[in-house]
Design a protein around this ligand. Structure first.
Ligand code: SDX
Length: 431
């Protein structure tokens, strides 16, 4: 915990309380209210955690007003253009960029753990074929604790390490199997000679009946998508993982909880919802109608892939993603993709509209990713599983950080109770 030199005074009635203030390395100061209830007998009220830091962390920093995202201090645009996903995984997990030897060792460790226990294949077969791949992933990842119980002792740092490596290594295999199962094709085993992204494409798109060459341009684009989603501070799914873990739950159960949370359309499910929205809009002349609906308080419709709790400026990941969409479609020889045209025009019109300007609503990471993923051949139902597999390293890094913190304790929020006061039970005849 950072040192505190400052404090704030809170006066309630006649009493004044001193609240320590912590200064982070960068970002707004944080008021420590941990002793407030014990001293003053009041809770703080912050549904949605709009003003609450739930933990301290050294992994990721976001300046939402400036549109800055740093992993361990490195800006996301530099990582997206100069680094690659497994190097970013190492950075997130261990805090520093790896040396060449450390990277080689890490890559070997990850690529040697890509297969899943053969008996897990039967587990997949218990699902209906038309299940959403996210539903399958929640179940299968949760079930990993039944297959890998030799790495569920969270008090053992080595077991925590092994569980982390297993999750990062096996998540692409599980996501690809969920996809293959949903389309009735045979599971494709991982290939350890391919890099992380190329292997994922191989497991998704190859079939035993014919040779499949991974397109290196697509593999690079896939890797960049993984990198852009790798971590994002204390977002809803990461906070879910931390809260689940705070009870001492095993890592596979915690990550399954994170996947479940990510699936919601306000969070990672927005990439699927966004592409479906762009298709529903269909042509640029219909954009004003949808913008009007998004602004209408009486219409539940919202622009998917737009707005963010933290970014009140451009999401820097969306900027890279937009460039990638142009590059990938160009390289694939897709000219004048109508959905990309709708997306660009929608962004332009929204950013000129006073409603979106006043509320500081910009495209987020989910706005352009679906266009790239669809061009690569993925169905919309695979967009959120791809987000989940990319985010696994973030969840795992935050989970490891939490468990290594000697101050960590079970998460237990309180409430503003507005229900009935004490009353006596009435017999059914008297109601
Ligand atoms: C992710 O937190 C993270 O870091 C998440 C993430 C990550 O990497 O982990 O970045 C990934 O989840 C990206 C967000 C994906 N979701 C969407 O694209 C869904 C559409 N956007 C939203 O529903 C919304 O913007 C949220 C959920 C992203 C943010 O919600 P907040 O912070 O609770 O803000 P809000 O819903 O209270 O909105 C504030 C105002 C409201 O209007 P008023 O009531 O003040 O008049 O802005 C309006 C909202 O109605 N608004 C929108 C809008 N988003 C917010 N209006 C129209 N279209 C939108 N998309």
């Amino acid at each position: 915990m950072a040192d505190t030199a400052k404090s704030a005074k809170l006066t309630i009635g006649e009493q004044t309380y001193d609240l320590p203030i912590y200064s982070p390395t960068v970002g707004p100061d944080v008021l420590d209210i941990r002793k407030l209830y014990g001293q003053a007998g009041v809770f703080t009220y912050d549904p949605g955690f709009t003003s609450t830091a739930s933990c301290d962390s050294t992994i990721t920093f976001i300046d939402g007003d400036e549109g800055i995202l740093l992993h361990r201090g490195y800006p996301i645009d530099q990582l997206a253009s100069k680094s690659h996903y497994l190097e970013v995984c190492y950075l997130l997990m261990y805090g520093e960029l790896p040396t060449a030897a450390e990277l080689e060792d890490f890559e070997n460790t990850i690529t040697r753990h890509t297969m899943i226990h053969e008996q897990m294949h039967n587990f997949f077969r218990g699902f209906r074929r038309d299940a959403h791949p996210m539903a399958t992933m929640v179940g299968v990842v949760g079930a990993m604790s039944a297959f890998y119980h030799d790495s569920t002792d969270i008090s053992d740092p080595r077991q925590r390490e092994i569980a982390s490596h297993r999750l990062i290594a096996k998540m692409p295999t599980i996501a690809a199997m969920a996809y293959k199962y949903s389309i009735g094709q045979p599971f494709v085993y991982p290939r350890n000679d391919l890099d992380y992204a190329a292997n994922f494409l191989h497991m998704c798109f190859s079939v035993p009946a014919e040779k499949y060459e991974v397109n290196p341009i697509l593999a690079r684009a896939m890797d960049r998508i993984f990198t852009l989603h790798a971590d994002h501070e204390q977002n809803a799914s990461t906070s879910t993982v931390r809260l689940a873990s705070s009870s001492g739950a095993n890592p596979f159960a915690c990550i399954a909880a994170g996947i479940a949370c990510l699936w919601g359309p306000a969070h990672g499910g927005a990439n699927q919802a966004c592409l479906e929205m762009l298709k529903e809009i269909g042509s640029v002349d219909r954009i004003p109608e949808f913008i009007a609906r998004a602004k209408d308080k009486n219409d539940p419709f919202r622009l998917m892939g737009f707005g963010h709790r933290v970014y009140k400026n451009r999401d820097p990941r969306a900027t890279v993603m937009k460039q990638s969409a142009d590059e990938v479609l160009d390289l694939l020889g897709v000219e004048n993709n109508p959905i990309l045209q709708v997306a660009k025009e929608l962004e332009k019109q929204a950013l000129e509209d006073p409603y979106f300007i006043d509320k500081k609503l910009f495209p987020n990471v989910d706005f352009y990713s679906g266009i790239i993923l669809e061009a690569m051949g993925f169905p919309t139902s695979m967009f959120t599983p791809i987000f989940a597999l990319s985010r696994t390293v973030g969840w795992v890094s935050q989970w490891k950080e939490q468990l290594a913190d000697p101050q960590h304790k079970i998460g237990r929020p309180r409430q503003l109770y507005l229900g009935s006061t004490l009353r006596d039970y009435t017999d059914i005849e008297s109601r």
